[in-house]
Design a protein around this ligand. Structure first.
Ligand code: GLA
Length: 355
């Protein structure tokens, strides 16, 4: 064996056992997707330009599931009535197919990114319940129908629960124009369009007690009425300070006991206390805390056999929704890879869970 092949062999062996090797192996560590295979898929939310950008090698190496960060939202897919713009969503789906990755469909109904035309009729008058439902059905049938062969899971409704409301549903145009059964219809239309697809209700802060209780109420109502709902998507935009592993475990157990699936759909971890503008500690200490907290949460996910997918809301700290609109001096570092796509301490701690 030549020296060259010996070095290549050593680097490969190190990748397999997950030990970083100086130089190239730092950029090509063991793959999360491979190491968590048998537990759950490891997903990333992406914009289409990231498929070929600086994060592309990391995406291909580390992840085996994709979510469109924005391009499958209703206003992006049907900006004007009957005018579907699928090119960007198609690019993500084609990439996933080529790489053998799964795709989570996100999302069919959300109070944000519903195009304005949904709410007016042809003469500019407020649209009736019947018209809005017909439009919802047409949107869902077209989108779910198009990706039937690739997208096995849909976030049918996003962020519909609000514990401050008497009926637990968010006070939005859907509720006001259609009534509370808009949620039922969204699921029924999705099921009609692809009876094999797994249909999820996706929300944030599902670990808070009042939010969880309301989500249980809404989901139980769906189940009682025979609505095809198969699982709960937990966004999991968390921070290094909250929620606790126990709160996460309690939430996941609650829905698992109801016979539902659980997926982690938008995981990232802020270094800032909620709504605060200053860091509580040095970045180095906070990144160490982040590593411990990530390991803690991933351990909880591993203890839940019903979880078959954990998606991070981004690939690396280079592109994260958390920094959008932030002051230049306030940088978020919420993911497992840093701005240069290097693995962070959190990556190595998480990897230790699956030796
Ligand atoms: C919610 C949505 C995501 C994304 C983030 C951005 O979590 O579900 O699609 O837009 O907000 O903050």
């Amino acid at each position: 064996m030549s020296i060259g092949s010996l070095l290549r062999f050593a680097a490969l062996a190190a990748m397999v056992v997950g030990t970083p090797v100086a130089g190239s192996a730092e950029k090509t560590p063991a793959s999360l997707a491979q190491r968590f295979a048998g537990h759950f898929k490891i997903g990333a939310a992406v914009e289409p330009w990231q498929l070929t950008g600086s994060e592309a090698p990391l995406l291909a190496q580390q992840f085996n599931s994709l979510t469109a960060e924005n391009v499958m939202k209703p206003s992006r897919l049907q900006p004007n009535e009957g005018e579907f713009t699928f090119a960007k969503a198609d690019a993500i789906v084609a990439y996933a197919k080529a790489k053998g990755m799964a795709v989570r469909g996100h999302t069919l109904l959300w109070h944000q990114r519903t195009p304005d035309w949904f709410w007016k009729d042809a003469s500019g008058e407020p649209a009736t319940r019947e018209l809005v439902l017909a439009r919802l059905q047409s949107h869902i049938a077209t989108v779910v129908g198009r990706y039937k062969s690739t997208i096995g899971v849909w976030d049918v409704v996003n962020e519909v629960v609000d514990p401050s409301q008497p009926g637990c549903l968010r006070d939005n145009a859907w509720l006001r124009v259609v009534g509370p059964d808009y949620v039922d219809w969204a699921f029924r239309y999705a099921h009609d369009a692809d009876p094999k697809a797994k249909l999820f209700i996706n929300d944030f802060a599902t670990t808070r007690h009042d939010k969880r209780a309301c989500l249980v109420q809404v989901v139980q109502g769906l189940l009682d009425r025979g609505v095809p709902v198969h699982g709960v998507g937990h966004q999991m935009h968390v921070s290094v300070y909250e929620p606790t592993a126990q709160e996460v475990d309690e939430t996941l157990s609650t829905f698992a006991h109801m016979g539902l699936g659980n997926q982690i759909t938008e995981l990232d971890m802020s270094l800032y206390p909620r709504r605060a503008y200053l860091l509580d500690d040095t970045i180095a200490n906070l990144l160490e805390l982040q590593a411990q907290r990530y390991a803690e949460l991933m351990q909880v996910f591993l203890a839940h056999p019903e979880i078959d997918s954990v998606t991070f809301w981004g690939i690396s700290d280079d592109h994260t929704h958390l920094t959008q609109g932030l002051e230049w001096w306030r940088r978020e570092k919420p993911l497992l890879f840093d701005d240069e796509q290097e693995p962070k301490a959190a990556f190595w701690e998480v990897l230790k869970l699956v030796p």
